[in-house]
Ligand binder design. Structure first.
Ligand code: FEO
Length: 400
């Protein structure tokens, strides 16, 4: 997709696909790549809404110039979000178009100065303020913490397009199709949930506030900075984000464990087997030493039940399990059923840490029994793991 793609009359997608970055934010895997969606709105004045990551400047500019011609400059750059996957080209665009006005709110202006030393020709807008491009206006709505404090959305009343920034976005490069009616939506669903849970999930309340605030806009197109542009069914992605931000879950259980020599795995498998025997169809067993935590977090956000187990390592919880807990504590999960188990050889540590997670790491209903094994689980302790799985299955049925 090396040319601009029309979104509506006077509006073009000028984004890029990134298949080069292995880890988004240097944490999250991108096996299917990611798109950075930028949009060009052309009237008497030309405005670029959002940008791309720095290495993709030339590709984006080629698309912009393909629409504007080589000589016409950009009049405005609207910065909905300052994370450098979108703002990485700000400095270069400022140098190319010295008279271009960079449009953002007060917090954007502070970031522009601190990240890029950009202070000149910055136009600071208030919540609800309008910018005229000629016959067409752009209106700015502040939506802080979706995903940074300066985040805002830009509304195009003429096309009824909501340029929503990170909100309603997902991982996964645009595989030929740009619009929701051009792509295989189920192909993107897992990656959209992984993006939501990994990147935006901590900010559920701000997501809800943004949806409430903009709920009266007659949105025809949701144009996020990542993933498909929703023009056929924009309500679908808004509803999906609303549901996830309310932490609505499906009946199912994630069993997340790590095991150095198989002892903890044996306990995890005893739990998983009893879940299956009790009729829980959706069981996801993740070995945290093998599966990147990004995918585990995605499944934890999807399902109501979570069982976490790990060995003790140098008197503490085994690091891959600790890594998961750290992420989940940050997310402040609500309304989940939690089971915990662990092992130790000569000092405790793992189960003590798991108990503190159960008490303070989110809003959990702890499913008994908690199982702690010394070196290797005894037959009685394996039976206790099975009891925990059965109790979890029964609790899931009560919540259904
Ligand atoms: Fe796509 Fe928060 O940046």
């Amino acid at each position: 997709m090396h040319s601009a793609i029309p979104v509506a009359d006077g509006v073009h997608w000028v984004g890029v696909n990134d298949y080069e970055t292995h880890l988004f934010e240097a944490i999250w895997p991108l096996p299917r790549g990611i798109s950075y969606n930028a949009y060009l709105v052309v009237d008497e004045k030309a405005a670029l809404v959002d940008g791309v990551k720095a290495p993709f400047l030339d590709e984006m500019l080629g698309k912009v110039r393909g629409v504007l011609g080589p000589a016409r400059p950009l009049d405005y750059l609207v910065v909905n979000h300052m994370e450098p996957d979108h703002s990485g080209t700000v400095r270069a665009l400022r140098d190319l178009y010295p008279e271009m006005q960079i449009v953002g709110n007060a917090k954007t202006a502070a970031f522009l100065k601190k990240f890029f030393g950009v202070e000149r020709n910055v136009r600071v807008v208030e919540d609800g303020e309008t910018l005229s491009l000629g016959a067409r206006d752009l209106q700015f709505h502040l939506t802080p913490m979706v995903h940074w404090p300066e985040t805002m959305m830009t509304w195009d009343p003429a096309g009824r397009i909501l340029f929503s920034g990170d909100a309603f976005g997902g991982f996964g490069a645009l595989a030929g199709g740009v619009f929701d009616d051009e792509v295989d939506i189920p192909y993107y669903e897992d990656e959209t949930l992984r993006y939501f849970s990994n990147i935006v999930g901590k900010y559920c309340r701000p997501v809800q506030k943004a949806i409430e605030k903009l709920g009266d806009l007659p949105v025809a197109v949701v144009a996020s900075t990542h993933g498909p542009v929703w023009r056929s069914d924009p309500g679908r992605i808004i509803d999906t984000y609303a549901r996830w931000s309310r932490q609505e879950t499906e009946p199912g259980v994630v069993v997340a464990f790590a095991s150095m020599y198989g002892g903890t795995q044996q306990m995890a498998e005893a739990v998983a087997r009893s879940l299956a025997e009790a009729g829980v169809e959706k069981v996801r067993v993740h070995d945290l030493s093998r599966t990147h935590v990004s995918y585990v977090i995605r499944d934890v956000w999807r399902f109501r039940g979570l069982v976490v187990g790990g060995p003790t390592y140098n008197t503490r919880l085994f690091p891959p399990v600790e890594n998961l807990l750290g992420h989940l504590e940050n997310d402040r999960l609500r309304g989940r059923l939690l089971g915990i188990f662990g092992t130790y050889a000569w000092s405790g540590g793992a189960v003590e840490r798991l108990r503190s997670f159960a008490e303070d790491g989110g809003e959990f209903d702890l499913v008994e029994p908690v199982v702690e094994a010394e070196c290797r689980a005894t037959p009685e302790q394996l039976q206790a793991c099975a009891d925990m799985g059965r109790n979890m299955a029964e609790a899931l049925k009560k919540h259904a």
